[in-house]
Design a protein around this ligand. Structure first.
Ligand code: C5P
Length: 237
């Protein structure tokens, strides 16, 4: 399927950043048909959340497992083989060549898609230098996106501000998944570089990851519906 064929509703990924499976199942039940795609990250995965992947898949939902793997190639490969059996649709790894190569190899023949995280958005040039890197953020994102594409990685996680440049770089061949989304009027929380859902889609994002603006809304289903309604006109071009 081409990224451009994805229905508006299926582009919204709600981040289940919650302390346990009961809270997650409660919000999933509340959201009902309004949401078709969920993200499970460190907090829920390590609090017994992995069995939720199969439960959601059985309800026809897709799951993005945000574990940001990075280890020696053999360990990544074995880990991804195990993860591919859990039923998730997307898995994140850090964009190191050995790691990406091993993950792509291990997901061959399965439905799992590998997303690479180029540079964590909490890093600026100074943080990269402190960690021993010569390149600044922009150059490292560019270099890693090129490596990811050459290695057959399926998609990239990026800030909405990077989406337009990365779309130009990788064409339609890779999915772009962007967190840092805030509908107009929503609280920013700790997100600094934010964009509205419509602007992120216009910039080239295929999927939007949204947590608190949906989870903490007085009416989460209405909040999800509003995001879908906001991006729908951007897709009929
Ligand atoms: O609540 P909020 O909408 O800010 O949640 C965004 C989700 O996307 C969280 O699960 C967070 O871990 C993730 N994320 C992010 N910024 C990044 C990468 C991932 O907010 N740069």
């Amino acid at each position: 399927m081409q990224a451009s064929d994805i229905a508006a509703r299926d582009r919204l990924i709600v981040a289940l950043d919650l302390a346990g499976i009961e809270q997650a199942e409660a919000i999933v039940a509340r959201l009902g048909d309004a949401v078709t795609f969920y993200k499970i990250g460190y907090q829920l995965a390590y609090a017994g959340g992995l069995p939720l992947i199969r439960k959601l898949a059985d309800q026809g939902k897709k799951v993005f497992l945000d574990l940001k793997l990075h280890d020696i190639g053999n360990t990544v490969e074995r880990g991804v083989e195990s993860i591919a059996k859990l039923g998730a649709a997307f898995l994140t790894v850090h964009a190191y060549p050995q790691t990406m190569k091993a993950a792509v190899q291990a997901r061959a023949g399965t439905d799992l898609k590998i997303l690479a995280v180029t540079v964590l958005t909490s890093y600026d040039d100074g943080d990269l230098h402190a960690a021993g890197y010569r390149l600044g953020v922009a150059d490292l994102v560019d270099a890693r996106a090129r490596q990811a594409q050459a290695l057959g990685v399926d998609g990239l996680v990026c800030s909405p501000e990077e989406a337009a440049a990365l779309r130009k770089l990788v064409g339609r061949q890779m999915f772009l998944v962007t967190p840092g989304i805030r509908p107009a009027g929503a609280a920013k929380g700790d997100q600094k570089r934010i964009m509205t859902p419509a602007r992120a889609i216009a910039a080239g994002a295929d999927y939007l990851v949204v947590g608190r603006p949906v989870l903490e809304a007085a009416d989460p289903k209405a909040a999800a519906d509003a995001i879908v309604a906001e991006i729908t006109p951007r897709l009929v071009a």
